[in-house]
Design a protein around this ligand. Structure first.
Ligand SMILES: Nc1nc2c(ncn2[C@@H]2O[C@H](COP(=O)(O)OP(=O)(O)OP(=O)(O)O)[C@@H](O)[C@H]2O)c(=O)[nH]1
Ligand SMILES: [Mg+2]
Ligand SMILES: [Zn+2]
Length: 291
């Protein structure tokens, strides 16, 4: 039976990409019974009922999996924030970075709308924070074209997912990279200072010259579900890197003696903002465990 990748999911249908066309499939009842739900990005076996429709009969094992945005098998997350309109929330970026690390993804940070910045101080500050954590940082503008070629290169030959708040310009960036995509974009509300949730579903697009990107709906909240406190430090690369030098194994880098992370904090090698978010997320995870 033929195989293909789900590139879009809409109203109970899964669109499976084949070399010639996308086949609109439903999932067999057995999936519901087993509480499996196919995700965009899943490789599946399907059965054609006619030239354009069919059934998904089998889900192949996933290489990676993200819950938010819901997508399987991505190699790389492009975590997107805009300098202005809406102003980037580094806490939300850090939340997403934790999830991307936990899912084992490569990560690139993309800061958009550089054309709206009056000077480069904000750019410099954010760059410093994230480069100290070893994340590549791309600065883009669809108006001036800044960073677009660099982004194209970063997307080559892998499946990437765009993730970020509504209105940061995910769909606009994709349109700049792939004009034939003609994705709908939406004005950011001046009054509320946020996006209007223009993109409503996850969709994988094929890039010319190799590679795929998924556009996704914006989100503004992200919790840590069933994460353990000890896992969190492993999801901050700059903390994880130093944890082996902490005096105690399982050090949570709070106020344990001989903590290498706190040492690196005093010398400025670790960003205070990132560390503050780490402590805040740790608290949140401990709160959740109490219920
Ligand atoms: N000045 C400026 N505006 C931009 C840029 N990129 C996007 N925008 C504007 O930002 C608004 C939101 O863009 P979208 O591409 O719809 O944002 P999105 O992230 O896809 O939003 P959702 O689909 O709601 O999650 C639109 O009005 C765009 O024109 C940019 O580089 N500079
Ligand atoms: Mg969009
Ligand atoms: Zn420590």
């Amino acid at each position: 039976m033929p195989e293909g990748q789900i590139v879009r999911a809409l109203s109970g249908f899964f669109y499976v990409r084949t070399p010639h066309r996308d086949i609109r499939c439903r999932a067999r009842g057995v999936f519901k019974k087993k509480k499996w739900s196919p995700l965009v990005g899943d490789w599946v076996t399907y059965e054609e009922t006619d030239a354009t429709e069919g059934w998904v009969t089998h889900l192949h094992p996933r290489k990676t999996e993200l819950v938010r945005p819901p997508i399987a098998n991505v190699d790389q997350a492009v975590v997107i924030g805009s300098f202005l309109e809406p102003k980037v929330q580094s806490e939300l970026l850090d939340r997403f970075l934790v999830h991307a690390e936990r899912a084992g993804l490569e990560t690139v940070i993309c800061l958009t709308k550089s054309d709206l910045l009056p000077d480069s101080s904000e750019e410099k500050a954010l760059r410093e924070i994230y480069e100290a954590a070893d994340y590549p940082v791309l600065i883009t503008s669809v108006h001036t074209g800044e960073g677009i070629e660099e982004l194209k290169r970063a997307l080559k030959n892998r499946l990437s997912v765009f993730a970020g708040q509504s209105g940061v310009g995910k769909s606009s960036l994709l349109n700049a990279i792939l004009p034939s995509a003609r994705l709908q974009t939406g004005e950011v509300s001046r009054k509320l200072g946020r996006g209007r949730h223009t993109t409503r579903h996850v969709e994988i697009l094929d890039l010319p010259g190799g590679g795929q990107v998924a556009d996704t709906p914006g989100f503004s909240q992200l919790s840590f579900g069933k994460m353990e406190a000890t896992e969190l430090g492993r999801c901050f690369p700059e903390l994880a890197e130093r944890a082996s030098d902490c005096k105690f194994r399982g050090c949570l880098h709070k106020n344990e003696p001989g903590c290498a992370v706190r040492e690196a904090l005093t010398t400025g090698e670790i960003s205070g903002t990132r560390y503050r978010h780490y402590l805040q997320f740790l608290e949140e995870i401990n709160e959740q465990r109490r219920y």
